[in-house]
Ligand binder design. Structure first.
Ligand code: 4AD
Ligand code: MG
Length: 507
């Protein structure tokens, strides 16, 4: 029998046995202090010569980073320790002594390429542990939401004969002598199932062969795609809002430790979980982006200029602070020097981030001011547009030209389609894309041709418009982008256990 750290609450004052891995070691003549993880949580284990005797104490001293071991001892509460507990060990059993564990320092300092190469081990780090748990909570909350709303989960095929989101980023393969592709989206199959079940959602892997090396693009990612019969795009937007509020609310409620570990400031998430999301038509969004139109008294271009001014002030402060600290160095004690050096490193890191922002903002402003009607938003445009909002926003009624063939045209205005994108705040950008679907077979046929797609492979899809065609709508949520936003991460690569993206298929 052994105990899990996640259950420690119930065992305070009693003897417990934990099985896991050593993550930090401090030793003195008579004591070894181990930071320890078992995957369910973290604790400190103290092995003292007095409690365990000489032989076991020597064994404890031989333990190395990521050695696997069982500790038995009395559990006490100790707020100061990692995890808030301490085990006063009276017995230990070593499973395996690890040699030369490659990840020694805090994640960040080792360089992300190195850590990505060692992803199979990096997953053990505290931050990664927290991210994977947030991911898990999001997955479960997504299922809960849809199951509670009466949706039926469906599995769409991964090998497909047709494109859904345009032909440019398909991963091609071969299927017994025929052309086939890895699915970019389960949507078209979801539409078929919605006609059988009314409300469905898919939850599966999707593939995009874009050669995009950006913080938000993966080649293999997980998408959740609900599809609802008899829904308009307005119904769709109502659902997106409630859905996102629900899953964010769940993470805030159930992942406090994880969010704290990630040092995630949760005020933005709290707003997303409780407030309505502004809904803005594309034609207005581009005016807001170009600074031609204010929203609630705020102006996008002015906001960037204000940010830039604030950054410049802060950079001056940092420079002065670093200089003062360097000058004070010779007069300091050893301990103070260490503290000052750490502080300077932190300031320099902030300085680098801010300098990069200060370089970017003028380019972003330039791009926003010159944004042309009918274009799709680039990353920077999304960042500039969302800056004046403190919740996600929904941009709807997009130009027909830049959206997929299946989106329904706006009545009387075929240059626009009833699509909607949810843009997350703080530069996280598009997290959800959805639309009301075209129901008229003739319009669909025309658009399949216009998009240069092969009518034959869509025959089955067209049947949905031949037999009891109904208004319907749906959307796709990119799981990794949602995790990235919730965890406030610089890149999606850390949001999935093993990233597959342009330039990386290993490990
Ligand atoms: O906007 P997208 O391409 O829409 C669809 O695939 C529709 N079929 C969805 C639907 O209506 N059922 O993709 C939907 C979402 C995006 O908003 C984004 O969050 C995510 O999928 N996504 C990606 N995530 C990571 N890496 C990529 N390369 C992604 N491409 C899209
Ligand atoms: Mg999209």
């Amino acid at each position: 029998m052994h105990h899990y750290i996640s259950d420690f609450r119930k065992h305070i004052g009693h003897e417990v046995t934990v099985k896991g891995w050593v993550i930090n070691i401090r030793t003195s003549k008579t004591n070894c202090f181990f930071d320890f993880r078992d995957g369910t949580g973290f604790t400190q284990c103290v092995v003292s010569l007095e409690n365990v005797g000489e032989e076991a104490f020597e064994a404890a001293k031989s333990l190395t980073l990521e050695s696997s071991v069982a500790f038995t001892g009395i559990l006490i509460r100790n707020e100061k320790n990692l995890g808030g507990y301490e085990i006063q060990v009276n017995k230990l059993h070593i499973y395996h002594l690890s040699e030369g564990y490659p990840i020694t320092k805090e994640d960040k300092e080792m360089g992300v390429d190195f850590l990505s190469d060692k992803r199979h081990l990096w997953l053990r780090s505290r931050r990664q542990w927290a991210i994977m748990r947030v991911r898990n909570e999001l997955i479960m909350s997504i299922h809960d939401f849809f199951q509670n709303e009466g949706f039926v989960q469906m599995d769409a095929p991964i090998l497909t004969g047709n494109a859904c989101e345009g032909t440019t980023d398909l991963f091609a393969t071969e299927f017994f002598g025929r052309d086939a592709y890895l699915s970019q989206s389960g949507q078209l199959y979801g539409e078929a199932m919605a006609m059988a079940m009314n409300k469905i959602y898919t939850f599966g892997p999707t593939f995009r062969a874009e050669k995009s090396n950006t913080p938000r693009h993966l080649s293999e990612f997980w998408m959740i795609e609900p599809e609802m019969a008899f829904y308009t795009n307005e119904d769709n937007m109502n659902l997106i809002e409630r859905f996102i509020q629900h899953v964010i609310g769940r993470v805030l409620f159930r992942c406090r430790t994880e969010l704290e570990t990630l040092e995630r400031d949760v005020t933005g998430l709290q707003k997303a979980a409780t407030r309505n999301f502004p809904r803005i038509q594309y034609v207005d969004a581009i005016k807001i982006l170009r600074g031609e139109m204010d929203y609630n008294g705020k102006n996008c271009i002015q906001a960037q200029k204000d940010d830039l001014a604030a950054i410049e002030t802060r950079l001056q402060e940092i420079e002065a602070d670093i200089k003062a600290r360097q000058e004070a160095m010779p007069t300091l004690s050893k301990g103070q020097v260490k503290f000052y050096e750490a502080k300077i490193l932190a300031l320099q890191s902030e300085q680098r981030d801010l300098e990069e922002k200060a370089r970017n903002i003028p380019k972003w402003i330039e791009s926003a001011l010159n944004f042309e009607d009918g274009n799709d938003f680039g990353n920077s445009d999304e960042t500039v547009l969302t800056r004046i909002f403190d919740t996600p926003i929904m941009v709807f009624n997009w130009p027909t030209k830049i959206k997929s063939f299946y989106m329904k045209e706006v009545e009387g205005n075929p240059d626009y389609v009833k699509g909607v994108d949810l843009l997350a705040p703080d530069g996280f950008g598009e997290v959800v894309g959805g639309s009301e679907r075209e129901t008229d077979i003739n319009v669909l046929l025309r658009k399949i041709d216009e998009h240069g797609l092969d009518r034959n492979v869509f025959e089955w899809y067209l049947d949905l418009r031949r037999f009891g065609s109904v208004p319907h709508a749906g959307f796709g949520l990119g799981l990794e982008r949602l995790v990235r936003w919730c965890c406030n991460l610089p890149h999606v690569r850390e949001t999935i256990p093993f990233q597959r993206r342009y330039g990386r298929i290993e490990p």
